[in-house]
Design a protein around this ligand. Structure first.
Ligand code: C2E
Ligand code: MG
Ligand code: MG
Ligand code: MG
Length: 289
């Protein structure tokens, strides 16, 4: 696929290409080099998050990509686990936080300020991260309440008390915390009890089944009710169809994001993507779930 593209375009990343070009240890050492380099090989894309009632954009989520010189744009699932395993998640996470606030910290939509959501590995949640968040907030002047940290439980937590301490310190600062990919992996009810959580993100695995799987629909509904019961907001991920939008809206799910409105786009294309979100029809309240 990559070789069919013309000169000046980047290769289309595939796992086959990666395997053909570099092995795992090479990619790891290249990740190290990329992070040490002065010219960043990383880039953030942004996806709008929409209020399901009004259809208005309320936030953007930053999603990191690695602009690899040979492989092209490498998706985060291919290198975040490696970064977590090697400790490189700390410098990478620091860069992401800084860049996201720089790119999106003063974004507005229709004159309203938007929330900025940044993904955080649970392994990043320590005292140092709290200091870093405090520094970024101070130097940027971003209102703490406009920053959302989306925590993914991608690895088992060794020191749960340290994570709880960090989350409580972040809550003290006024930063919002979301639990990402809720219902999958290690993200469990246990963490809902232990962590101060403001937002639950319904994993797109469940959203994808709306309209075809009564089980997935029941799971979405239960998560919305659960969130209400613990006083958290809900955000649905991976909303692709008007039917999914209508169903989630009728459940009372607060926010949504997905290809229905926009894929993640580079910062320079964000204003156009935000404007296009306004064109997506809001389902009528009478549409059946
Ligand atoms: P996530 O935070 O749950 O992000 C949602 C993923 O779903 C993104 O994949 C996004 O591009 C994709 N997506 C959004 N809308 C749709 C849709 O309508 N349909 C489908 N099929 N997919 C959709 P992406 O960008 O590849 O990111 C994957 C994961 O990598 C993220 O999942 C997050 O856990 C992690 N990640 C991304 N950026 C960072 C980061 O800066 N730091 C950390 N620690 N993890 C990150
Ligand atoms: Mg996320
Ligand atoms: Mg997610
Ligand atoms: Mg995810």
């Amino acid at each position: 696929e990559a070789k069919t593209r013309g000169p000046g375009t980047v290769a289309l990343y595939t796992q086959e290409l990666e395997a053909a070009v570099v092995g795992r240890t090479t990619l790891e050492s290249e990740l190290r080099t990329a992070l040490a380099g002065t010219v960043s090989q990383f880039v953030l894309h942004y996806q709008p998050v929409v209020d399901l009632r009004s259809g208005e954009v309320v936030a953007v989520e930053s999603l990191v990509r690695w602009q690899h010189p040979v492989l092209g744009l490498v998706p985060p699932d291919r290198f975040i686990p490696m970064a977590e395993a090697t400790g490189l998640i700390h410098p990478l996470g620091g860069w992401v936080l800084d860049q996201a606030v720089r790119d999106a910290g003063n974004l507005t939509y229709d004159g309203r300020e938007l929330y900025v959501a940044v993904n955080f590995s649970v392994l990043q949640l320590n005292d140092e991260a709290v200091l870093q968040v405090r520094q970024v907030l101070e130097s940027s002047g971003l209102t703490p309440g406009r920053l959302i940290l989306e925590v993914t439980e991608s690895a088992l937590v060794q020191d749960e008390d340290a994570v709880v301490r960090a989350l409580e310190a972040l809550a003290q600062l006024g930063v919002h915390v979301a639990i990402d990919d809720f219902g999958t992996g290690y993200s469990s009810l246990h963490y809902l009890r232990r962590y101060p959580i403001n937002i639950i993100k319904i994993d797109r695995e469940f959203v994808a089944g709306i309209g075809t799987s009564v089980d997935d629909e029941a799971i979405c509904e239960s998560i919305v009710h659960l969130a209400e019961a613990v006083g958290a907001m809900t955000v649905a991920e991976g909303v692709e169809t008007p039917e999914q939008y209508a169903f989630l809206r009728s459940l009372g799910c607060h926010h949504g994001q997905g290809f229905l409105w926009s894929p993640p786009v580079p910062a320079e294309r964000l204003p156009a993507a935000l404007a296009a979100c306004g064109e997506v029809p809001v389902p009528s309240t009478t549409s059946p779930p």
